[in-house]
Design a protein around this ligand. Sequence first.
Ligand SMILES: C[S@@+](CC[C@H](N)C(=O)[O-])C[C@H]1O[C@@H](n2cnc3c(N)ncnc32)[C@H](O)[C@@H]1O
Length: 333
Amino acid sequence: MRTEDLQIYRCPITLNKLRIKNEKIVNNRIKSGILVSDKGIHFEIEEFIPDFTWPKELANIDQTTRESYEKLALEYEKYADIPFQTFNQSNQAVREKIIVKLNLKENFQVLEIGGGDGRGAEYILKYIQSGKLYFQELSKSFLKQAIKRLNKFGDRVEFSIANASYLSFPDNYFDAAHHFGGISTFAEKERCLKELCRVVKPGGKIVIGDEGIGPWLKETQMAKIMINSNPLIGVDVPLSSLPVEARDVNVEWIMQGAYYIIDFVVGEGEPTANYHIKIPSERGGTHWSRYYGNLEGVSDEIKKIAKTAQKKAGMSMHDWLEQAIINEANKAK
Ligand SMILES: C[S@@+](CC[C@H](N)C(=O)[O-])C[C@H]1O[C@@H](n2cnc3c(N)ncnc32)[C@H](O)[C@@H]1O
């Protein structure tokens, strides 16, 4: 961790700045030490890598995932290409196709979570020659592999250990964020996606992908065979886990429909619409008055009387009702 990153990293719970204690600095990098949050929570730095894991005791599924990836790290090379071979796709072409969706520019600050052994990060780094990639991973052993692989990019990559559902960055820090291949098993998917929206600037892109067969293919022979080998292929695409800030959402199924890519632009808060346009129908009113304008319900009999009178008056129901209320209110003055 570079000393200047002390200004950037945040406590993943309070989101406030961290202070360092017992630090050992080598060439402007913090080799070891303890990052302390305003709540007194400690995050250790070992061999230049801060560990922001939160909660300290991970949810069961995250803990199991971490343990299985810890065991897999040295053997991953044997398995990494199997999905691409299975669906007769080139790993390189698929990665390119995904990364293009991030709309990267040379000077971008980019976050990759659950980055594994860094094989996807190489594609990001090609685009951000003067920018920086913050690379996070849950498994220390995988992170070590990534450090080896990405060593050639020097200071352009900053590594940390973290649970992707609790990010150690300030709001609106990144220009884009990416994840591929693990989100199906994240214990707190919704939280993770919300966190990504928090740390990416409005207008920035988020691109995520994973196993998740197209719903129209679920009963095919391919689905049955592939789900038998890898149950994650049967997992539903997490569209309902997207946060309200997601705008211009696209889903593309790749690898013969067995994997999906979701890309979207980060917006501010939930979307709004023009609720106040006048609707020129018999019912009349606006979207807003229709939803919020109810005073008290009326009986079926009175409704019929109102409808007949409204038609006779040649007004929309909304205008007739408002006129009737104004008339009666004026009389009562
Ligand atoms: C199948 S690998 C994909 C790695 C890489 N993104 C790629 O495209 O090659 C899934 C990765 O997600 C990581 N992971 C799983 N759960 C995570 C979590 N809660 N937070 C961060 N990373 C996680 C795993 O440790 C693993 O390295």
